[in-house]
Design a protein around this ligand. Structure first.
Ligand code: ADP
Length: 666
């Protein structure tokens, strides 16, 4: 069944399955689960990538915002500091033109520009300028041409120069304070001009002007540009020289014209700075890109108004460090994210592995416990079996002892039975000679009374013969009386045969008996002459017991051949190196097949009641075993009756006679 199912799985056919589903269903399911797996993995991958992008984006945004905040803070600090420094510089000189305007020498030279007054005014201005550390100090009468200046002696003296177009002059002669940044018309150096009207008797007679050099400002850190724009958005101070005199917002024609007219920036063209505003931030801050192209630098522009004058201070903080910082933070987050994901994967794999190991360990422990249980069970079984075996061995030993005792008893009983038979035979044998003896003795007495000596002597000789015969018969009884004597392990074979023949002499009358000797080594078969002792033919057995076995075998052969014409019995002795065997055959009826397996059972007999006890073969086989030999039975192959073979160990005798050839005879 399983095989069939497996084959169905491995070789899908077009036949429908038992449940009616298509045989391809399992494959489709498999594919479906594979696709689901792939989809799930893709989704996880997508989620991870989305997580990575989100984390990077968030990090970039937060880091960038933080960078911008910090930049703005720094820029604010810087712009405040620079603005206050600039303001304090300007304020320091704010009152100087006023003081100048109040001085009598200044007023005098404006009212009366005599050479003496001019000289005095020049000296005064020179001294004042030196001590105030201003750039240039000078006086302009209402006609606009400078009359006295602190630099009266130098090659670039302002004396005589016309300032009618300058806004600060115009403001002052109008009675106001003039404040102006511009490029000097004589010196061509940029400077900040502060002017005050000079009055005499309440009437404006000219203007007192102080010019300040603000070049220190330009030495500010160029890496973080700082610019100052005027009220029109024109950059007039910049730490980046290239940005100077550019405008951050387009100028109207009128404004451009007024700048030109005032020669504020020495007639230079005021071009707009290429600024692109990328983003407006809170608090006057902007993200701007200055220059063209994608790679133009970006800045955070922070603006601060100066108040009076209407200038604006703008710091340009480069965004590159912020971008780089945000980028680095993003990269670090990306790495961190990937590391975390890898760590999570590793942890997941490790957990799965640990779970696998734990499961294997549990299985192993279970298997170990099962093994222990089985070993314990098996050990218990073995112990039980061992105990049982011990019991059985003890029982068997006891049974063997009982059997041995029973065997001994049986042997004894058999002997008694044989003795009884023999006694009957002997009684029968003796009765006849005894009757003859009685007859002969009565007859002899009559003959003696008659004086017939010769006949009496004949009778006496017959009596002597009879008594000798009777003596022979009684002698056989000794064979079975030998139980008391110690057993002998050497049984001369020919003598044993002779004794057996003598015992069965009466029954053997009319029976053809043949004794043969078979030499296994040479294969020679010769008739055995019982008249010779053949001392080399000695079996390793008690002689009486050997005779008992032979009597039994011959007795059975005689029984089996009774009624045969002629009855024939052969006894073949086969001599090998270590063994000697007696094959007793007859031409009787043989042993039926159903009898053969039971022959050696005690009390098994096929003879009529009173004819046999069924002990003969059981005892004989037991004797053979005791002597270390065997007794087997079979039918002769040619259907010629039974054949019993008794095999015993042979006792080898080292005498000169052993080399003699076996004597043959009938
Ligand atoms: P018993 O002679 O008292 O019957 P045995 O043990 O000597 O007891 O023999 C058992 C049986 O073996 C006999 O009854 C007989 O049937 C069978 N048997 C023994 N020897 C022969 C033989 N030579 N031929 C046929 N049958 C035999």
């Amino acid at each position: 069944m399983k095989l069939a199912a497996a084959r169905r799985r491995s070789l899908p056919s077009a036949e429908p399955c038992a449940d009616g589903a298509s045989p391809y269903a399992t494959i489709t399911d498999h594919h479906r689960s594979g696709i689901a797996n792939v989809t799930r993995r893709l989704l996880i991958l997508f989620a991870l990538v989305a997580g990575l992008v989100a984390a990077c984006g968030l990090t970039y945004s937060i880091a960038w915002q933080r960078g911008i905040d910090s930049l703005r803070h720094n820029a604010a600090v810087r712009v405040d500091r620079t603005a206050s420094a600039l303001k304090s510089t300007l304020e320091r000189y704010e009152s100087l033109p006023y003081l100048l305007a109040e001085h009598p020498l200044v007023q005098d030279v404006l009212v009366n520009p005599s050479p003496a007054n001019v000289e005095r005014a020049n000296l005064y201005l020179e001294d004042l300028n030196r001590h105030a550390r201003a750039t240039v100090t000078y006086i302009i009468p209402l006609d606009g041409y400078c009359v006295a200046a602190s630099n009266w002696q130098g090659p670039g003296s302002f004396i005589g120069a016309g300032y009618q177009f300058r806004p600060y002059f115009l403001d002052a002669v109008k009675g106001g304070v003039g404040r102006f940044f511009g490029i000097g018309t004589i010196s061509q150096a940029p400077g900040y001009y502060i002017s005050q009207p000079v009055r005499r008797d309440g009437k404006i007679v000219g203007a007192a002007v102080v010019k300040l050099d603000l070049e220190w400002f330009q030495g500010a850190d160029a890496a973080e540009p700082l610019v100052v724009t005027d009220d029109h958005g024109v950059i007039f101070l910049s730490s980046v020289p290239a940005w100077k005199y550019h405008t951050i917002r387009p100028l109207s024609g009128q404004v451009a014209d007024s700048i030109y007219q005032a020669r504020q920036y020495a007639q230079q063209p005021i071009a707009p700075l290429p600024v692109t505003i990328e983003r407006m931030l809170a608090g006057n801050a902007q993200i701007v890109r200055i220059g063209g192209g994608r790679y133009a630098p970006r800045y955070l522009a922070s603006r601060r108004g100066m108040g009076e004058p209407d200038w604006h201070l703008i710091t340009m903080s480069p965004l590159d460090p912020v971008d780089a910082q945000a980028r680095n933070a993003t990269i670090a987050t990306g790495f961190g994210y990937v590391s975390l994901v890898l760590l999570a994967f590793y942890w997941r794999m490790r957990r799965a592995r640990v779970r696998e190991v734990m499961r294997s360990r549990a299985l192993l422990q279970k298997a170990y416990a099962e093994l222990n249980r089985r070993v314990a069970e098996r050990t218990a079984d073995l112990s039980q079996a061992n105990e049982q075996l011990h019991k059985e061995v003890a029982e068997r030993t006891r049974a063997e002892q009982e059997l041995r005792a029973a065997h001994d008893e049986l042997i004894q009983a058999s002997k008694l039975a044989a003795l009884g038979q023999m006694a009957a035979g002997i009684t029968h044998e003796l009765n006849q000679p005894l009757a003859a003896l009685r007859g002969f003795s009565d007859n002899t007495r009559v003959l003696l009374e008659r004086g017939d000596q010769a006949s009496a002597r004949e009778n006496l000789e017959a009596i002597a013969a009879l008594t000798e015969r009777m003596g022979k018969i009684t002698n056989q009884l000794k064979l079975f009386v030998g139980r008391a004597r110690p057993r002998n392990a050497r049984a001369p074979i020919v003598r044993a045969l002779r004794n057996v023949i003598a015992l069965l002499q009466k029954r053997l009358q009319g029976v053809e008996v043949e004794f043969a000797l078979l030499d296994t080594g040479s294969g020679a078969r010769t008739l055995l002459n019982l008249a010779d002792d053949h001392p080399q033919l000695i079996a390793n057995c008690d002689d009486l017991r050997l005779e008992q076995v032979l009597i039994n075998l011959l007795g059975n052969a005689l029984d089996a051949t009774a009624g045969m014409t002629p009855p024939r019995i052969s006894i073949e002795i086969e001599v090998a190196d270590a063994t000697v065997s007696f094959a007793v055959g007859d031409n009787g009826h043989g042993i039926p097949d159903d009898v053969l397996p039971r022959l050696f059972e005690p009390f098994f007999t096929t003879k009529e009641m009173g004819q046999g006890l069924g002990l003969g073969l059981a005892i004989s086989s037991s004797i053979a075993r005791d002597c270390g030999g065997t007794l087997v039975a079979r039918n002769a192959p040619d259907g010629g009756g039974a054949l019993f073979v008794l095999t015993l160990r042979r006792v080898r005798v080292q005498t000169s006679q052993t080399s003699d050839p076996l004597t043959t005879g009938s």
